[in-house]
Design a protein around this ligand. Structure first.
Ligand SMILES: Nc1ncnc2c1ncn2[C@@H]1O[C@H](COP(=O)(O)OP(=O)(O)OP(=O)(O)O)[C@@H](O)[C@H]1O
Length: 522
């Protein structure tokens, strides 16, 4: 067997290895071994997490255990290849299961390891996979604008199953086709892109599509929530700091710009940056280099920049709240994602997409949406846009026991004027008090002080908020404040939980994103 020295990562660029195994000890020992050998391990305990990480981090190699909770390893294997058809996947099979090994080999796995395996086996398999990946990316021609980036037009196989492949992210509207065209046009360039749109319309999704369609697609996609960054931490978060640069800086740390080297830096909620942060960002973009806080040595920056905001940046410029020069520097190309209420033809296909995804995740048959349910969906005004629709459909699947989603399964987090007056269903107190995490941008409708108090509905909503706060607080306590793990335990996305935790004034740590302080800033 060759030694690890002959098969380890060949270049200075560390190969990223996604390790998916539900046993923490196995993950830990694989991650320790691989990082010692110069790889960058990323860990997932189950299939959905693995897919999320594969989308976000573009790993070079995947190590995948077949015995997984929530979703069988074989299905996760196919899903991973949907996300990245070129990803070499080394499957871990149980001792004495040659059938499983044959099956994955016939379906395109790069190789397999049978338990028990030793360190040499692992390093040999991962080394060969990383080398194959490196060679493939060196010979793959850059994506040409005339051919659509495959992962953009059809990011999830469900889209084509549901809609005959004729959708863009599950959408059929002309407006979203235009957005897709803009993405195709701009993705292969180095233009800075500004993505505008209301909260929850899919701005980050657009930014990810730009990344996947770019020549930098093998590099990292690094999102930074500028809205969550306390002013005094912005520079260190973006550009890094040296040890001792300020109180509490007990070690040097690279910034998000450095993390995004070779990939895309996605600056979300850019409209919220303070004046001094705007000045630093402008300098960094103009000079293409930046200096860590506490250092004198400028470092070259090599990240494509995509920014997003739900605010009217031009208004902020007019009001003197956003630098005009930065605005013009950023706005090389602007994409506006329209709100869901302006593209009602997308409601039904998106609803079906989310239902199918959730049913698959819960390993249930795919329920259909009744005509009355679709009518209700069309009467809603969607203040939380696609995120609100997604959350609504996820809850509906959870509560639908049969093969249909009925209007009674729809628990709108926020009533629109139409749905209040025309179609809102009076709900029983029993169903209203179910624990749920609602629209993540409207974390606690019951915390609004404008509402008349005393109605049964209001009493129930307040009750739900109290129960919800307790559940979020207890789960964060259980995870030692780790937001990502708490979100996983609660079965919601981290963004939803972040907003909830902030609204409820709960402290948390957010290892996935910048601005990892608690939510007390509001
Ligand atoms: N066309 C779409 N197809 C499938 N899912 C979508 C689509 N658009 C948005 N989503 C989903 O809706 C949610 C919100 O999307 P995203 O985070 O991209 O919105 P955003 O505009 O960046 O929100 P915010 O302004 O709050 O940051 C995500 O779960 C995303 O996957």
């Amino acid at each position: 067997m060759p030694s690890s020295a002959t098969v380890g990562p060949a270049s200075a660029c560390r190969a990223r290895v996604l390790i998916t195994d539900d046993e923490p000890d196995v993950r830990w020992s694989l991650a320790t071994l691989l990082s010692r050998e110069g790889y960058e391990p990323i860990e997932a305990a189950d299939g959905p997490t693995a897919l999320e990480l594969a989308r976000r981090n573009a790993p070079d190699v995947a190590l995948l255990d077949l015995n997984l909770p929530r979703r069988h390893g074989l299905e996760v294997f196919r899903d991973l290849l949907e996300v990245d058809p070129g990803l070499p996947v080394v499957v871990i099979t149980a001792h004495g299961s040659p059938d499983a090994a044959r099956q994955v080999a016939s379906q395109g796995a790069f190789g397999y390891l049978s338990k028990p395996f030793n360190n040499e086996d692992v390093l040999f398999a991962v080394g060969r996979a990383a080398e194959a990946r490196r060679r493939a990316s060196a010979t793959t021609p850059a994506w040409a604008p005339s051919s659509p980036p495959p992962s953009f037009a059809n990011p999830d196989p469900i889209v084509s199953e549901l809609e005959g492949g004729s959708t863009v992210w599950g959408c059929v509207s002309t407006a979203m086709r235009r957005v897709a065209d803009q993405v195709r046009r701009v993705a292969p360039t180095e233009f800075v892109v500004v993505v505008l749109g209301e909260t929850g319309v899919g701005k980050e999704q657009v930014a990810q599509a730009i990344h996947r369609g770019s020549r930098r697609c093998a590099g990292p996609f690094v999102p930074v929530d500028c809205g969550a960054l306390p002013d005094h931490l912005v520079e260190s978060e973006l550009f890094g700091h040296e040890r001792g640069a300020f109180t509490g800086a007990d070690r040097s740390r690279s910034g998000r710009f450095e993390t995004a080297r070779g990939g895309t830096l996605f600056l979300d909620e850019i409209g919220n940056l303070s004046e001094s942060a705007q000045a630093s960002l402008l300098r960094a973009i103009q000079d293409r280099c930046a200096t860590r806080v506490g250092s004198d040595t400028p470092r070259r920056l090599d990240a494509r920049i995509v920014v997003a905001t739900h605010a009217r940046l031009d208004d902020r410029v007019a009001q003197g709240r956003f630098r005009r020069d930065l605005f013009h520097r950023l706005a090389e190309f602007v994409i506006t994602v329209p709100p869901l209420r302006e593209r009602p033809e997308d409601i039904a296909p998106l609803a079906r997409l989310f239902v199918a995804q959730t049913a698959r995740e819960l390993e249930r048959p795919n329920p259909i949406l009744t005509d009355e349910t679709l009518r209700r969906l069309h009467h809603h005004s969607w203040p939380g846009n696609v995120r609100e629709l997604r959350n609504l459909m996820r809850r509906a699947v959870l509560w639908a026991d049969g093969d249909q989603i009925e209007p009674d399964h729809l628990e709108f987090a926020e009533a629109s004027p139409q749905s209040q007056s025309n179609v809102a269903t009076p709900r029983s107190s029993e169903s209203d008090s179910r624990f749920q995490l609602g629209n993540d941008r409207d974390p606690s409708p019951s915390m609004s002080h404008d509402e008349p108090t005393g109605s049964l509905k209001e009493i129930v909503r307040r009750h739900v908020a109290v129960v919800e706060r307790q559940a979020v607080a207890a789960t964060l306590k259980q995870t030692g404040g780790n937001l990502t793990r708490a979100a996983r335990l609660l079965g919601v996305d981290a963004k939803t939980l972040r907003t909830k935790a902030r609204a409820y004034g709960l402290d948390f740590r957010d290892p996935d994103r910048a601005g990892s302080s608690g939510g007390l800033e509001g």
